[in-house]
Structure formats: structure tokens, C-alpha cells
Design a protein around this ligand. Structure first.
Ligand SMILES: [Zn+2]
Length: 66
């Protein structure tokens, strides 16, 4: 992670290249061990959309402000 500067923190939403403001930490219990975390970055326009997607599947674990 040390190689990642602020300029590399782009939103994970499809077709979006805005700077991310939140990191959504998620886990799919069917394929990931419980302690594993995947990360989606989201800009201010997509944080709710991505959080809803993960939340509806009960994958969302933590949300970190960047
Ligand atoms: Zn976005």
C-alpha cells in the first residue's frame, strides 16, 4: 500500500475516475475467510450506491473515510 499516493485513489465504480473519498471494506463469506477484506474505493457520487450494493448482499464490513 505504500506505493499508493492520493492520485491513485480512484473510485471503483464503472466508468468513474473521480478521486475516492471512502474505502468500503467487504467480505463475501462464501468465498473469503472471515478475516479477509476486499476494498472498493468510492467517490462522493458513488459511495452510497456501492455501499448499498454490498450492504444488500451483507458483504459490507467497514467503511473508512480517506
Ligand atoms: Zn465514482
Amino acid at each position: 500500500m505504500t506505493a499508493l499516493g492520493p492520485d491513485e485513489l480512484r473510485c471503483s465504480a464503472k466508468g468513474c475516475s473521480q478521486r475516492a473519498v471512502v474505502a468500503l471494506r467487504w467480505n463475501n463469506p462464501r468465498i473469503h475467510p472471515p478475516e479477509r477484506r476486499k476494498t472498493w474505493l468510492a467517490c462522493g457520487d458513488h459511495d452510497e450506491q456501492l455501499a448499498r450494493f454490498l450492504g444488500a448482499r451483507e458483504f459490507l464490513r467497514e467503511t473508512d473515510r480517506l
